[in-house]
Design a protein around this ligand. Sequence first.
Ligand code: DUC
Ligand code: ZN
Ligand code: ZN
Ligand code: ZN
Length: 481
Amino acid sequence: MMTTLLIKGGIVVNADRQFQADVLCVDGVIAQIDETICAPEDAQVIDASGQLVMPGGIDPHTHMNFPFMGTTTVDDFYSGTSAALAGGTTTIIDFVIPNPQEPLLEAYQKWRRWAESAVADYSFHVAITWWDESVRQDMKTLVEQHGVNSFKHFMAYKNAIMCDDETLVNSFRRSLELGAMPTVHAENGELVYLLQQQVKEMGITGPEGHPLSRPAMVEAEAANRAIAIADVIGVPIYVVHVSCQESADAIARARARGQRVYGEVLAGHLVIDDSVYRDPDYTQAAAHVMSPPFRPKHHQEALWTGLQSGQLHTTATDHCTFCAAQKAAGADDFAKIPNGCGGVEERMAVIWDAGVGTGRLTPSEFVAITSANAAKLFNIYPRKGLIAVGSDADLVIWDPQASRTISAKTHHSNNDFNVFEGRTVTGIPSHTISHGKVVWANGQLHVEKGAGHYIKRAAFGDNFTANATRQQQLTPTAVKR
Ligand code: DUC
Ligand code: ZN
Ligand code: ZN
Ligand code: ZN
């Protein structure tokens, strides 16, 4: 059946410009954008006057249904993508994370099955957690047959999913050959392990030990190392959840030398600081345990200026939800608290409120960092991340005047906690449209289990290189003797 939706009277905001226009969506695709469009027969019409019409958000970093640290996240793909849509995010890029020795393709198929309940579009980065010839082969199959164009490397989580340098080097080289973007969780896992033991020897076993074991320098070391490895190999690199000034500086320095390095910032790191770990209530403090941890306040300014200046590119959430009962596993040892916090529903409104609402960002810059840049960096632009004829009709109608107060009592995640609890945000979605269908309107979800599509992402082409001139400098010439 044809579905026709006309959005009338709003201001279309793309990353490059904004203009007043009506938007007609037919069968899941944007069919027409014009100053005035007359409603076709049978069209559903939304009056968007006084509101902004933006590309639906893309959260390039979530973990739904993730088995991690002895338990599994409370959000599966159904609840997690429902929450996403309620917050204006219409696409997530989640992670396939094989256990060491687990064949990549088996892990990938497992995650694809788990994601069949998704109500919004989704895609997968695949983590490289171990190395042998089969991994090399499976990376090719994933790129060429399954639309995976990015691989993730955890530089932390020793004795679990951590990559050593040998695996990083092998995988970065393979990524370059295949035209796939290597991404890193930058924390030195060896140092985290050492500091966890030292902090516990000092008698600190509560959640306040978590940030002490993962200071900014631990992140910066890994960010610098990953960037250097990528530079030598000649492959671009994307650093996930940049949380501190030192990592942001490492990225800016590399970019100033001409290297292609990209940085992602989490909504939580922009507005929450490390005082949460000193809350006397264990449940409150443990609920904020994620890695990298929330940082002393001054780091937030570095993240904002990175986004404003274009040195940092995307925003995400690392949505990875564990409830109070799961967080209780670390009551006697902070290192056993399952790492992760939510945010997939709150990201857009929190960043609008703290970014556009304060004058740090324009609405177009907001679209860039919440949608368009992720679409470009992961090669799904302009299908996603743009309001244009032929693009997917994944849209958010944004009411810049409306406010709401965030609470676990009203959010759509299965979690019993919300790290943004009590925060009142101005600027929220009145409608979310996924595939030309209204899936969120005036506080109500209208979702259909399994309606989300798996999004294949093509490999990058011939100009996929960290920096061609620098690679030429590295090309050796034998000395004739
Ligand atoms: N950090 C988290 O807090 N959770 C999931 C994995 C990660 O890197
Ligand atoms: Zn991570
Ligand atoms: Zn993550
Ligand atoms: Zn779709």
